[in-house]
Design a protein around this ligand. Structure first.
Ligand SMILES: [Ca+2]
Ligand SMILES: [Ca+2]
Ligand SMILES: [Ca+2]
Length: 222
């Protein structure tokens, strides 16, 4: 009797957790100032995400980021020292990320594709022209839009690595995110990002409870 009661309780809890997970949908994180990974919103950081900071000069194999390229320390585009990494990536938090690595494209849109769907996805906008409206849009595994978030950038008219306008933005989604697109409108050109941040689904609590229930059933049958 005790085992059967435990089993029913376990299965009930499992179904409750499963049902709440399915109904949760997505949670968006408004743009927030970001000088190091310590500035990641705590509810996002709880997902134990991978942070791709480009500091080894390459991107995680799970990521396909396009168009554009990784910039290294002090990149010279005709204007010297245009690299605009997250501030802490080059050592001190000192108002500059000029000696770190970032990802840059000369026009107005960068896509980040995940080879497997992720449940947490975010990035840090690090530079662009003044007076632009930025938008981050997320897509599910069918390619349908999950939603977007837009904000007016406070970017200064400085093309070197200043960090006052750097913003983290992202979402958690149980639908699974397959792609992020960051874009800007308003006249100028050039967009730069860093700290592409993502978490793949872990075996859920619900899944673990259901597995435990199945094991118990098998043991009883034996
Ligand atoms: Ca710095
Ligand atoms: Ca970086
Ligand atoms: Ca910046």
């Amino acid at each position: 009797m005790q085992t059967r009661g435990g089993l029913i309780l376990l299965a009930t809890i499992g179904l409750m957790v499963l049902s709440s997970a399915v109904n949760a949908g997505s949670i968006w994180f408004e743009p927030t100032a970001y000088l190091s990974s310590a500035d990641m919103p705590s509810d996002f950081a709880k997902m134990n995400p991978v942070i791709e900071n480009f500091e080894d000069g390459s991107a995680d194999p799970m990521l396909n980021i396009y168009p554009g390229k990784i910039l290294g320390p002090g990149h010279d585009s005709g204007i010297k020292d245009v690299t605009d990494s997250v501030d802490a990536d080059d050592g001190p938090i000192d108002g500059s990320g000029g000696q770190g690595h970032s990802f840059f494209y000369a026009l107005n849109e960068i896509s980040v594709e995940f080879s497997d769907p992720v449940v947490a996805a975010g990035l840090v906008f690090t530079d662009g022209p003044q007076n632009m409206t930025l938008k981050l849009e997320a897509f599910d595994t069918d390619g349908s839009s999950i939603g977007d978030i837009a904000w007016d950038t406070t970017a200064d008219e400085v093309y070197t690595g200043t960090t006052g306008e750097d913003r983290f933005v992202g979402l958690l989604s149980n639908d699974g995110v397959s792609k992020l697109v960051i874009s800007q409108s308003g006249g100028g050109m050039g967009i730069e990002i860093d700290h592409v941040t993502f978490a793949i689904p872990e075996p859920s609590t619900a899944g673990m409870l259901l597995i435990a229930a199945v094991v118990l059933v098998c043991r009883r049958r034996r």
